[in-house]
Design a protein around this ligand. Structure first.
Ligand code: KG4
Ligand code: ZN
Length: 334
């Protein structure tokens, strides 16, 4: 079985070929990030147009790279949500067209399931149960994966995603989009204890997150500060974000008893977060792993792989025929 994976939920156009016998054969990702530098964030219509312009050429290059023909594909797995509707619909239209022309099966995949299963691309023996901390520009979630196809969101953000908060604070500190890596770099030369920025939703071992108040607190703090203070602001902000992520994770471990964690998404590159997770591993015997960065951020390899897993374990089909901007994981499995 040769699976074509298609990912276009936000600003990455991804295509991948995954084979039942050989595993991942090839994958390609085109990031649109440079398109959005001047805007300071993703503009949905521009993202959709760019997917539309690039996707077929990426497919052709991928097939060439893998020495395969379109006819060799037996199944198309594509991201049907959650994400930006215009972007999703480009991937969906390509997926539906290929499936109809070749008369092969079409599998809509929930993007989050892709992230949850991504570690399996590198680890054939990935054993459940495990927790997944997904921290990206679009998501901040702690998910319990008790078995393949059996996921529960234990907590998630009620407003901004954690990467989004980094990007917004980056903008306040006059850093280019995406601000996350630049805020982190600036923070390296700052004092994380200078400002005591708010940590939201910390009562009652709540597992949800909120980062918009933190961003506003940074905005107000900056009113009385000069550029020389920016490293301290960046460091104190980063400290607050990582502190919240680590504490909530500790609650999740306490509640579930699961001591295995996969950390994924763009913010998984953050060195303070990695440092704190390593410390946590030492003190509470937590086994922490990170997919390779190329599988941590949005890609189609994880979507093709999720398609493979769903077929392999004969998991119930998703009852969706359309791309869905909102598609809570829980809805699929109840
Ligand atoms: O998963 P990802 O590549 O894509 C989307 O969410 O679409 O995540 C990108 C996010 C951005 O918000 C970026 O600023 C953030 O991850 N990010 C970081 C770091 N590297 C990337 N945030 C904090 N520290 C980093 N080192
Ligand atoms: Zn994603």
């Amino acid at each position: 079985m040769l699976i074509l994976g298609i990912e276009s939920s936000c600003d990455e156009t991804g295509l991948a070929l995954y084979s039942e016998g050989e595993g991942l054969i090839a994958h390609m990702v085109n990031s649109q990030v440079e398109l959005f530098t001047e805007y300071g964030g993703v503009i949905p219509e521009i993202a959709a147009r760019d997917h539309s312009v690039k996707i077929i050429n990426i497919l052709k290059t991928l097939l060439k790279k893998a020495d395969k023909k379109l006819n060799d594909i037996n199944l198309v797995a594509y991201t049907a949500g959650p994400g930006l509707i215009g972007s999703l619909m480009v991937g969906e239209t390509v997926a539906k067209t290929i499936s109809n022309v070749l008369d092969i099966e079409l599998l809509p995949i929930n993007h989050l399931e892709g992230h949850i299963l991504a570690p399996g691309l590198e680890d054939d023996n990935l054993e459940t149960p495990y927790l997944c901390l997904l921290v990206s520009g679009g998501h901040t979630q702690i998910i319990e994966c008790s078995d393949y196809g059996s996921y529960k969101i234990l907590g998630e953000t009620v407003d901004d995603a954690c990467g989004e908060a980094f990007d917004k604070v980056g903008k306040l500190l006059n850093l280019d989009y995406p601000g996350g890596p630049k805020v982190s770099k600036l923070a390296a030369g700052g004092d994380p204890a200078r400002f005591n920025f708010p940590r939201a939703l910390m009562k009652d071992r709540n597992l949800n997150f909120s980062f918009s108040g933190l961003k506003t607190a940074v905005l107000y703090a900056l009113e009385d500060l000069e550029e020389k203070d920016y490293p301290d602001v960046a460091a104190s902000f980063q400290e607050a974000v990582v502190d919240v992520l680590i504490k909530k994770l500790a609650y999740a471990i306490e509640q579930t008893g699961i001591k295995k964690l996969v950390c994924s998404g763009g913010v998984a590159a953050n060195s303070l977060l990695r440092e704190r997770l390593t410390d946590m591993g030492k003190t509470s015997e937590l086994e922490v792993s990170y997919p390779k960065m190329e599988f941590c951020t949005d890609n189609a390899a994880m979507i093709a792989y999720a398609g493979f897993i769903r077929k392999k374990y004969n998991l119930k089909e998703y009852p969706t025929k359309f791309a869905r901007p909102r598609w809570p994981l829980g809805e699929l499995y109840d």
